[in-house]
Design a protein around this ligand. Sequence first.
Ligand code: 13P
Ligand code: SF4
Length: 304
Amino acid sequence: MQDMKEIIERINKLKTELNAVILAHNYQRPEVQDIADFTGDSLGLSQQVVNSDADVIVFCGVDFMGESAAILSPEKTVLLPEKEAGCPMAEMVDVISLDDEKKKHPDAAVVCYVNSSALIKAQSDICCTSANAIDVVNSLEEDEVIFVPDKNLGNYVAGFTDKKIYAWDGFCPTHHQMRAHDVIKAKEGHPDALFLAHPECRTEVLDLADEVLSTTGMLNYAKKSDAKEFIIGTENGLLHRLSKENPEKKFYYVSEFTICTNMKITTLESVLDALENMQYVITVPEDTRLKAKKALDRMLAVKR
Ligand code: 13P
Ligand code: SF4
């Protein structure tokens, strides 16, 4: 085991030499978030990629996030420090099944949550994130929408639109395992706390929420709110930033088991290895990239 301080120094030195920038999702390990140039939600990180003049992007997150970066900025080298960091929900939809669904609903627009592969994005009309899903759906001319892959987010959006939503049967195992009784127990333990939930949670959990927000939405809300205590209904990695940015407030998780193992594979050692060996480079075939970029660009142009 190398000394942590030495690893951080080597990361910072290589970052300067390579003109690299480190992006970390809000669910990453605390020490990885702390060395990142930017931490954020999927939408915020995508925008950072577009606006950055770095040559190398080290994306501490999961593969679909690295792919989004490569789609938006093909001139940059995008590195995913751990090649096994995938998203089980993204794998719950495939091109052939989506094509069958499109045939069943030929007048429907396809909205795909960014938690999906480049191939699925390329087959979609527009992407969305948890922060902008309602605005994206309501921006469409079509009256029908095939929403992939998250049924929980799709069903949540259906409550805020007149459009007919055909929600795919996918889900995020980390959020989906949270149940209403877990939330009720947490509320009993912390009766003065507000409950903030991520829209990847089941409807029974969202029904108990004071606010339904993306991860960055939760960070903004907690900062502005007069409340002093919050129960956080999302992956527990978010509690690091919440506590750091609001030392006078208290944050509780719903369950100690609300952990996405894929988000936790990346370590400081793997970030250093990524920069030393320029690994693992994420590329997307050009025809897929161009189609997927259209769906991402269309999302980024939606006013919020
Ligand atoms: P956001 O940070 O965009 O809310 O996404 C949640 C998530 O599950 C990412 O994998
Ligand atoms: Fe995928 Fe859920 Fe993990 Fe996000 S938290 S990467 S949606 S499994």
